[in-house]
Design a protein around this ligand. Structure first.
Ligand code: SF4
Length: 472
């Protein structure tokens, strides 16, 4: 039994990173899933989605086959997110439903993984109130799933194996991708920024970058498999390479090398303003297949609150960066994340966030009410903002954000944009896809265009999506 420990999770002493390349599944574990079906529910960010693609592939190598309905599954696994309270609530709601299933059929195997498994409070809860859950593992030992699952089944006792550590890099895990045309490519794991409200540095370990060779070989394999688009993934991709000891090789260098592979479309997420260099702006500008799309969380427009958050940049610096990107890459779409009602945020601080939205005219923004995460420094900060006031601020912010999202889309009417068509749309006779600037679009086209990057004339827009027709 290994349970999470925040003291170990937040240590950042060890120099260097182990790269593990010896993943394999023992023969006796390859039959465990024969004639059994598995269901994975993934919560949270793209990193979790990418992890679920490997977890699914491992289960399939153990003989399981995938189903999309948890009620008919023999094995149910929740890949969880810790970023906000509502993610927690969703998971505990789902655990309630799984409990009823297991009461009806005790042979159902249930497990939990992801960031919530790395939280001390959650695992304590599981050990006390969810004894029926068969196994729990964390973000650092996905490669140990075959052993963790087989031990849980053999011993018929709850198997909790969560590692709180700085973290290694595990190369060579199998992957079963959810999309046939665009793929997530991890370039780094973990984060060392320790923004005061954020649980990620505790749940995902220290900042550690994959070697360029491993990333480029994955990209080349994807090209050979017909993929059109990749998104380079990390909690803070702009810190890529900072942990390399003997070489100066950073995100902009990697982007140039990935661009040279010839993949049609390249995106990267998530950026941190603090590490976003001028070199990045030039690389996006000068490489056609690097899409003009930047997700750049600001979190607050008040320097006082940015300081309390530990974000290490000022609103002036942020604005300067947005201006630089817009001047050099005119059609670049810039989206952001904003938190309202952070402890200590006054009405005036909040209005500074509104003002930054007006100054930056974001193309879209993801907005949230601050959510206290146990173990983070901000959790100790006093917050006297009423529930009503919190909701008022979120509503007010969304009105301003939506205004600019619609304006951003209106600028595209009658223009021609490149779109990767991914699947049938809910709209009859239409396909859905995303533009190079990551805007959702429904396009009048026949199914044989699925998987192609096509030129589309934008015919209609809404706040969060576009309509268009093929422009041939
Ligand atoms: S940079 Fe992002 S992932 Fe890292 S601590 Fe800050 S908010 Fe969390």
């Amino acid at each position: 039994m290994n349970v999470p420990n925040y003291k170990d999770a937040k240590s950042r002493e060890k120099k260097g990173v182990n790269i593990l390349r010896d993943f394999s599944i023992e023969d006796d574990k390859k039959k465990i899933g024969n004639n059994k079906k598995y269901f994975i529910k993934t919560y949270g960010c793209q990193m979790n989605e990418r992890d679920s693609e490997s977890i699914g592939a491992i289960l399939e190598e153990m003989g399981f086959s995938k189903v999309d309905d948890y009620e008919v599954a023999d094995l149910i696994l929740l890949n969880t997110c810790s970023i906000r309270e509502n993610a927690h609530n969703k998971v505990f709601g789902m655990l309630g439903r799984i409990k009823r299933l297991k009461e009806a059929n005790p042979n159902v195997i249930a497990g939990l993984c992801g960031c919530m498994a790395q939280e001390e409070v959650v695992v304590n809860d599981i050990m006390n109130k969810y004894k029926w859950l068969n196994f729990v593992f964390g973000t650092h030992n996905i490669h140990k799933l075959p052993t963790i699952l087989s031990e849980a089944l053999e011993n018929q006792i709850q198997n909790i194996d969560v590692w709180s550590k700085e973290g290694d890099i595990v190369e060579g895990l199998p992957v079963k991708r959810d999309n046939n045309y665009k793929a997530w490519v991890n370039i780094m794991y973990g984060c060392d920024k320790f923004c005061t409200y954020c649980i990620v540095p505790y749940t995902r370990g220290k900042q550690r970058s994959r070697l360029k060779e491993d990333i480029l070989s994955e990209v080349k394999d994807l090209i050979n498999d017909g993929y059109k688009e990749i998104t380079l993934l990390g909690q803070n991709v702009n810190a890529y390479g900072k942990d390399f000891e003997n070489i100066e090789y950073h995100l902009e260098d990697l982007l140039v090398d990935v661009s040279k592979t010839g993949i049609e479309r390249i995106k990267f997420i998530t950026s941190h303003p603090w590490d976003f260099t001028d070199g990045m702006v030039d690389v996006i500008k000068n490489n056609k297949n690097i899409n003009p799309f930047v997700h750049l969380p600001i979190q607050s427009g008040s320097n006082k609150i940015l300081k309390l958050m530990g974000r290490k940049y000022t609103k002036e610096k942020y604005l300067e960066l947005v201006k630089k990107i817009r001047e050099n890459i005119p059609n670049c779409v810039i989206t952001t994340d904003i938190i309202v009602a952070f402890p200590g945020e006054t009405r005036e601080d909040f209005e500074e966030s509104l003002e930054m939205v007006n100054l930056c005219e974001f193309d879209a923004a993801f907005t949230f009410i601050y959510s206290k995460r146990a173990g983070t420094p901000a959790a100790k900060m006093e917050c006297d903002i009423s529930k009503e006031e919190k909701e008022n601020r979120l509503r007010e912010l969304n009105q301003v954000v939506n205004k600019y999202s619609l304006e951003s889309n209106k600028k595209l009417i009658n223009t021609v944009v490149p779109v990767l068509l991914e699947s049938k749309s809910e709209k009859v006779g239409m396909l859905m896809g995303y533009t190079d600037t990551n805007k959702l679009i429904n396009v009048k086209a026949s199914d044989d265009y699925i998987g192609s990057v096509v030129d589309v004339k934008v015919t209609n827009v809404r706040t969060w999506s576009l309509d268009g027709e093929l422009y041939e």
